[in-house]
Structures are given as C-alpha cells and as structure tokens.
Design a protein around this ligand. Sequence first.
Ligand code: 0PR
Length: 387
Amino acid sequence: MNDKPLDEESILKVLNGYKSKDLKYEDGHILGSMCTSTHPLAKKVYMDFLDSNLGDPGLFEGTSTIENMVVQEIASFLSLDKGFGNIVTGGTEANLMAIRSAKNIAKKEKGIEKGEIIVPKSAHFSFKKAADMLEVKLVEADLNKEYRVDIESVKKNINKNTIAIVGIAGTTELGVIDPIEELSQIAVENNIYFHVDAAFGGFSIPFLKEIGYELPNFDFSNEGVSSITIDPHKMGIAPIPAGCIIYREKKFLDIIAIDSPYLTSKSQSTIVGTRLGAPVAATWAVMQEMGKEGYMELANNCLVNANFLYDALKKENFKPIIKPELNIVAFYHEKIDTNRLAELLKEDGWMVSISNYPKAIRIVLMPHIRHTHLVAFLRDLRKIKAS
Ligand code: 0PR
C-alpha cells in the first residue's frame, strides 16, 4: 500500500488502464454470458442507493419497502398473489436458500436427518455447492432425448430421505424447460418440497407466453411448486448482484431464519449478512421502466436472434443440438473439434462458451447481441470452416 494518499486523477487513470483490458458487452463479442449491459437508469439509481444496507433493514426502511415491492411484483408474474422472499446476490444464493428451506422443513416435519435432493443432470453447479455446504446427498436424474429431465428417472430416485426435487426452467447449457407440471404432481403425491430454478428463464418465459409462444407452465400455478429462483441480473437486465428467491409460503423463510438479536430486525434468512440495497432499488427502477411490454419485446428480440442463428447454422452445415426453446443456441461441426473451434473463434475475438452435455459451442443470445454481430460471427465461422 502507498504511504501517502494518491490524488483522484492518478487513481482513476490506473483503474481505467485495467478497465480497458475488460471486454464490453456492447461490442457484441461476449457470446457465452447470461449477463448483459446495465440499463442507464439502473446505473444512476445504483449509485444513489450505494450506502443502504438491507442486512439492517430498520435503518433503511425505504429500501426495505422497495425490496418487498420487487418481490411482490415478481411473484405476481409468477402467478402468486402474495410471495415471500428476498433479492439476493444471484441464482447461487437463491438456490442455496431453497435447499436450506427444504432441508430444515424436512427435518422439522418428517424428522429426516440425512436428506437427498434430486436434481436434473442439467442442473447448475450451484446445487453441488448447496449439497456440499448443507451436507445433503445430490442425486442426478437422467435427461430424455430432448435434454429435459426424465420423469421416470426422478420417480425411481425418490426414497424416504428425499427432501427436495428440483426442476429447471431454462437450463444453463441449452435453455430447455423441464416438465414442471409433471414434476409438481410427483412432488404433491409424495409430499416433497419442489424448487424451480428459473434463474435464466424466469424473466422471459412469462412474457414470451403472453406474446403467444407455447411454453410450459413453470410457475406457482402448479400447486406443488414451493419456491422459484429468478434472476433480475440475467434476463431482467438489472445490475449484478440481483438474484431473487420467491417462496409460496412464509414458513419456508421462517424455517431458515437465524436470530440477529442486536439488529433492527430480529432475524435473517438470507445467506449474506450485510446486503447491498443498490441492486434492489436498481431492479425496481428497471422493472418500472421496462414494464410488461418492455420485457415482452426484449425476450422476443432475443428469441428471434436465437432462431436466426439456429437457421443460419443449419444452412452452413453446423449441427445445432436442439431448436431453441429460449435464447440459447448450442452447436457443433462434425469435422471440427469443438474445443479447437472455440479457440479459433477466440482468435477472431469471439468469446463463446462450451457446453458439457452434450459437448457443443454454446451461444447465449443476450440483449447486447445484435443481428449485425451474428452476421459477422457467421462470416467468421464460414471462414474457419473453409480453412
Ligand atoms: N441457475 C441457473 C439455471 C443458472 O444458469 C445460473 C448461472 C445459476 C443458477 C447461478 O446464478 P449466479 O451465477 O447468478 O449465482 N448461470 C450462468 C452460467 O453458469 C452464470 C454466468 C453468467 C456465467 C455470466 C458466466 C457469465 O459470463 O453460465
């Protein structure tokens, strides 16, 4: 550390030097991320609320009210009149909270000590973190030919220690939606906690349905759904860190509440203690400025781009894994090794990611990706194929 204070100008100069090495969403080269550029209004609001700490909500009653407003608004487009939950740091924290709730409820109501959770093989790795931290056994259910969870495999894995079933509405690698209605029924029949991870799909599926796309029912209209993870900082275009967990019943929040006697609120259910109010206020602001219509247009544009890419790839003899259900396209080429293809694309400046199951180049068509970027990307793919 420097002995003497540095002046602002030199500090900013150093920082800008580093920042110039970061990629920018606007350039259209970040093709494998679920995050996107921050909305200008969100940036302004974020700065305004930088000091507010929701870890001590009695000091920040205004921001705390905003958090409740965001939770209620999100619950309402997930078919729940009154929801319980929090704006958290992201999908990981939300999933962790859901599994904690499932574990604690199972212990209290059924006396289960060594719980097991059944997740699709396609589940995000945050469930592995949750299983490790909470010491529950992670059981992976197989996928069917469409890369959705196989219902029979879920049924087969249920036993007396099952504390939760997880379904995904928009898988990380392919963006497919699991058969949530059927999973919900199984959960009801077996009296098991059912969590839906809609971290990615939650801010687009309801709006795409409203436009007329035929997509499965993934929300609280399924009576078995106990909780939903839905991330404003993904398709909600809110700034990081903004995840959200919504519970159907208050008891799921209460069961994970830890006493915080010397604070203004006497208990806390979130994993994180000191908790930024800025992303909460910024999420509310973005949601107001977008409205349903804004999210309908956004989700539709991303899906239109995904379908354009899918069709174009097929014409070029690349093999898309599935027709996109949401805005993710994964593909490979029979004659080019996928890792090599990713490397060659990187040499041309394209940052793609690689899906694991199945192995493929994975493109997430986030709002910062424009049609013109895709045209340039396809031109480079054609060049690589010809070389
Ligand atoms: N659930 C699902 C279905 C997800 O896809 C993700 C993250 C999570 C939970 C966890 O969310 P947080 O990362 O907010 O805790 N999926 C992205 C992924 O792994 C996260 C990401 C985002 C990765 C931007 C890279 C990136 O540049 O692809």
